[in-house]
Design a protein around this ligand. Structure first.
Ligand SMILES: [Ca+2]
Ligand SMILES: [Ca+2]
Length: 504
């Protein structure tokens, strides 16, 4: 019964469609000649208003006319004879098989009498009426299958299987209907003796996405008949599943009586629906008043959402995730750019003669050649040590000389302080000479000292063999000798004068 309710709802939804072209008919959904999921089949496996036989199996979701097993035949026929002359039927089905090619095919029928088991796609031959055949297998080997063709039989023709009915067809079109992502749709439109077959090849799930397969004029079918769908497998086998058969009766726009009746019915159902809706809302409010704790349960209704809202939400979530990903990528890109710039500036510094990173660690090497580089005039380490030692000796000797001079100075002062001394002028002159000598000596020492200190720096260029050409020791020794002679002379002269004074 549920399926009947479903069909009733569909009946209410489908309203007459008035095309802008005046010649287009009014459509009315005919639930007694239709079936569709959910609740396609009832619990006992029957399809309301239809009767299936052979290998056909009906479930809630579809009608499997043949399973993909060898030599299967199945069919389904409407129980009631049509009550309308013109009609449109939409057939939604799938033909699926594991093989690259399948067999045999599926057929839609409109015949004067319901068909039985037979050789034409699971149904009997020599039918009286229309067959639209979806022929999977290429019997005549012309590489023109899967193929869709229409054939009208007056009850006297035997279907020419060997040639795929090519000589008997009204018209046809080459369309692949096997193994498509979505169910394929065929719309057979018969109005005023014009048969049109539209086809959707199952690459989209749109209900309006049809293309023309054929249009044939002057087609004369029985005024009343039955609709049927059948299928068969052979050596090769496909699943032949019908999901929907939607039948509309087509009416001239003059048939106002039908339209009026239909509108009156719809109005009546609308009012009834409105009344039920108000009642339901009232009951809901009362229930919430009586069960405040049920408010939470009411919130649970959020668990359910409309299909469109869910789709929008999923799109939004997907885009949010994409945005987050793009932001993360952008941040990482910035980091990479920053590092790259740092690297480029370093490279530039190096290429412009800056301190290369590998030389920073080796800052010592530029100094080393001045000390240790082997060259003709460069001082060796032991030579520098010698110079330093000599320098120290020189300083020590200078101190001794200074002490001596201080001693001599004090003696001279003592001598000058004695009365009757007449040799003051000479002594002063001698002392002046001595001072000059000492100054000269100091200058010499200073020069030597400068050379000694300058040697390590300027050694490389001058190649001055300080050690070899200046003998500090000799200079010092000469100084001593000179001073010794002068002092000796002064002492001798002083003692002579004292002796001479005693004789006076
Ligand atoms: Ca064939
Ligand atoms: Ca063929």
């Amino acid at each position: 019964m549920a399926s009947i309710a479903e069909l009733l709802v569909s009946f209410l939804i489908v309203s007459p469609i008035l095309n802008v072209l005046g010649s287009e008919p009014f459509k009315r959904f005919e639930y007694k000649y239709s079936f569709k999921p959910p609740y396609l089949a009832q619990k006992d496996g029957t399809v309301p208003f239809w009767e299936h036989s052979g290998n056909a199996i009906a479930s809630e979701e579809n009608l499997r006319i043949t399973p993909s097993l060898k030599s299967q035949k199945g069919r389904i026929w409407s129980k009631m004879q049509t009550t309308f002359e013109w009609w449109e039927i939409e057939l939604v089905f799938r033909v699926t098989g594991r093989g690259r090619i399948g067999a045999d095919g599926l057929a839609f029928w409109f015949a004067e009498t319901p068909g039985g088991e037979g050789p034409v796609f699971g149904s009997n031959d020599m039918w009286k009426g229309l067959g639209v055949l979806f022929d999977s297998f290429d019997n005549d080997n012309k590489h023109n299958n899967p193929y869709i063709m229409a054939m009208v039989n007056d009850g006297g023709k035997v279907y020419d299987h060997q040639n795929d009915g090519s000589t008997q067809q009204l018209a046809g079109c080459l369309r692949d209907f096997r193994n498509k992502p979505f169910p394929v749709r065929a719309k057979m439109h018969y109005y005023r003796n014009i048969l049109t077959v539209m086809f959707n090849n199952g690459m989209s799930n749109s209900e309006t996405d049809f293309e023309l397969c054929m249009r044939v004029e002057n087609v004369y079918l029985p005024a009343r008949g039955y609709f049927g769908v059948s299928a068969a497998t052979g050596g090769l086998a496909d699943d032949h599943d019908v999901q929907k058969v939607l039948t509309f009766s087509l009416h001239d726009d003059q048939s106002g009586q039908i339209t009026d009746t239909h509108q009156a019915e719809q109005q009546k159902f609308d009012q009834e629906f409105q009344r039920y809706q108000e009642e339901l809302d009232k009951k809901k409010e009362e229930y919430i008043k009586e069960h405040p704790e049920a408010q939470k349960e009411k919130d649970d209704e959020d668990w359910f959402e409309e299909e469109q809202i869910r789709e929008l939400r999923q799109i939004f979530q997907g885009q949010s995730e994409l945005r987050t990903l793009v932001q993360t990528l952008s941040r990482k890109l910035d980091e990479i750019v920053g590092r790259q710039e740092t690297t480029i500036s370093l490279v530039n510094t190096i290429s412009q003669g800056g301190v290369p990173t590998h030389q920073v660690a080796g800052q010592v090497p530029p100094v080393m050649p001045q000390v240790a580089a082997p060259g003709a005039g460069v001082l060796q380490r032991h030579e520098v040590e010698n110079i330093l030692a000599a320098s120290r000796e020189l300083v020590a000797a200078t101190r001794e000389i200074k002490n001596l001079i201080v001693g001599v100075g004090s003696k001279i002062d003592t001598a000058n302080a004695r009365p009757g001394s007449y040799g003051n002028v000479d002594i002063t002159g001698s002392v002046n000479e001595l001072k000059d000598g000492i100054n000269t000596l100091k200058r010499d020492i200073g020069t030597v000292s400068q050379r000694v200190h300058a040697a390590p720096v300027a050694a490389g260029q001058e190649g001055c063999p300080i050690v070899s050409c200046v003998s500090t020791t000799v200079v010092v020794a000469m100084g001593f000798v000179q001073m010794g002679v002068i002092l000796g002379y002064l002492l001798y002269k002083s003692s002579k004068e004292n002796q001479a004074k005693k004789f006076y």
